[in-house]
Design a protein around this ligand. Structure first.
Ligand code: NAD
Length: 466
């Protein structure tokens, strides 16, 4: 493929202006126009699957192909197809009930495009997190500007080139660059800004957006707990939990960060999770089905978390070995951790699993509620009452019961955090709604309440308006 010049920083404000002017010239694209844009987005992915996988694999220094196929192609293509299929229904003007005293007037809600939507993307699922929000924004009739992560330079370059090939910059454009460009990007007066990334950077992005009163969807991270209930069948739960933790080597926003385990079952838990990890990954070094840590800096950060925890009295259970010359990090279970350890204060974002013992369910719930609201929560067990208790007594972005990650892959569920783990939600119709203004329209009838609600107010007003 020819390599058109990707957009540079100096094009930033200009590109926004081009998109805004184009939007103003067609503020309500028809369903057919939107579907055609989505068809091009679909073709952009489907025609370039091999190049996309190759770029992401290069950026990670080795990423499990099957994980990429699932999360960077399949999920993206099915999200685009769903938006294409459903947008006609979602964009319809909806009639809602009108109260008696306002009859025979009528009330409607019209979903209207917002304008230009910006999307700042992290490195961990670079294609999915660039394009699933973009698909929803295009379906809702917007223009889209994407800023991929500087930690995935090969994919960012490819995406910029593909965007130029499949779209006019007035429709969808990609801005490459480092953190300085991301900062400038967040300061642009978008009509809506999506940010997916860490809580700390999310705070800065929210501040930058606030200066323009730009509404934000913040998809952040945090420490997502997994509760192993006393009623849990460990042989069933351990492979599911280990899958959730080790998928993408733990570099998933909704990965279980730590496990709360009944004190009496800790030894069994360690045995079952170790066995499950070994069954999935007979080895970690050079295993092409196991993903590498994104950079040397992140690998060192994770190794340091383990070392510091050990120095402070934690016991590390190694579930295999990595190899020098690559960044595939073997998983580590951490026992006897304390809340003061960095591994229990920071989001781990790697294949380490601290095990926190508890004596009563109330204690496990309190442990979660003493911390910032997590992006995800996992509960494993059979006792439904306990499950209901946990669902009612904790607040999290989402929940999967008896498995990990899956609520985030179900496109009909709203996906988003709460509190420190995020603001707003998208996926499926929730994405379409997030990037639309729900415009209320009240249409007055020719016969309208006999002028009762206009001065001069008579006795009838006093009788009726109470
Ligand atoms: P990050 O916050 O370091 O960076 C994310 C993006 O923000 C990058 O594109 C970067 O260029 C940009 N950025 C950095 N500084 C900026 C600034 N001051 N202003 C504006 N933009 C700036 O996150 P990361 O390391 O790329 O990704 C990992 C984090 O993302 C984890 O915390 C993870 O939980 C979170 N995450 C959340 C979700 C979700 O859907 N909730 C999904 C994936 C990852």
């Amino acid at each position: 493929m020819n390599a058109p010049q990707p957009l540079s920083a100096s094009h930033l404000a200009d590109t926004l202006e081009i998109q805004r002017a184009a939007f103003n010239a067609d503020m309500f694209p028809s369903a057919a126009v939107r579907r055609e844009r989505l068809a091009r987005l679909q073709a952009m992915v489907a025609d370039n699957e091999a190049a996309i996988l190759e770029a992401i694999n290069a950026d990670f220094g080795g990423r499990a192909r099957q994980e990429m196929v699932l999360t960077e192609l399949f999920i993206v293509l099915s999200a685009i197809r769903q938006q294409r299929r459903k947008l006609g229904r979602w964009m319809r003007v909806r009639r809602v009930a009108t109260p008696l005293h306002m009859l025979p007037g009528s009330s409607r809600i019209m979903p209207q495009p917002l304008g230009v939507v910006g999307n700042i993307v992290p490195w961990n699922y670079p294609c999915q997190l660039a394009l699933v929000p973009a698909a929803a924004a295009l379906a809702a009739g917007n223009r889209v500007l994407i800023k991929p992560s500087e930690l995935t330079p090969a994919f960012s370059r490819l995406l910029a080139q593909l965007a130029q090939k499949y779209f006019s910059p007035a429709e969808l454009a990609v801005i490459e660059g480092g953190v300085d460009i991301s900062r400038d990007f967040a300061a642009l007066p978008f009509d809506h800004l999506v940010f997916t990334g860490s809580t700390a950077v999310g705070r800065q992005v929210a501040l930058a957006a606030a200066r323009n009163l730009t509404p934000v969807t913040l998809e952040l991270g945090g420490k997502s707990p997994a509760i192993i209930d006393a009623s849990c069948d460990l042989a069933e739960a351990a492979p599911r939990l280990a899958f959730g933790k080790l998928f993408n080597a733990g570099q998933t926003c909704v990965a279980p960060d730590y496990a709360l385990v009944p004190r009496a079952r800790v030894a069994d838990f360690v045995r079952e999770v170790s066995a499950a990890a070994a069954a999935m990954y007979p080895k970690f070094a050079s295993n092409e089905q196991y993903t590498s840590i994104i950079s040397e800096r992140h690998l060192v950060r994770l190794q340091q978390l383990v070392r510091e925890a050990e120095e402070q009295g934690a016991k590390a259970v190694q579930l295999g070995a990595g190899a020098s010359g690559e960044r595939r990090m073997a998983p580590v279970l951490l026992l006897d951790v304390t809340p003061e350890m960095a591994v229990m204060r920071e989001e781990i974002f790697g294949p380490l699993l601290p095990v926190v013992p508890y004596d009563t369910l109330q204690e496990a719930i309190a442990f979660i509620n003493q911390r910032e609201r997590p992006l995800a929560l996992y509960w494993f067990g059979r006792a439904r009452r306990n499950c209901t208790k946990v669902l009612r007594s904790t607040i999290s972005g989402g929940v999967t019961v008896n498995d990990a990650l899956w609520h985030a892959a179900q496109e009909n569920l709203p996906f988003g955090g709460v509190g420190a783990s995020g603001t707003g939600a998208y996926h499926g119709e929730h994405g379409f709604l997030a990037f639309s203004k729900q415009k209320p329209i009240f249409r007055q009838a020719r016969l309208n309440g006999f002028g009762l609600f206009r001065p001069p107010y008579g006795r009838l007003f006093d009788m009726l308006a109470r």
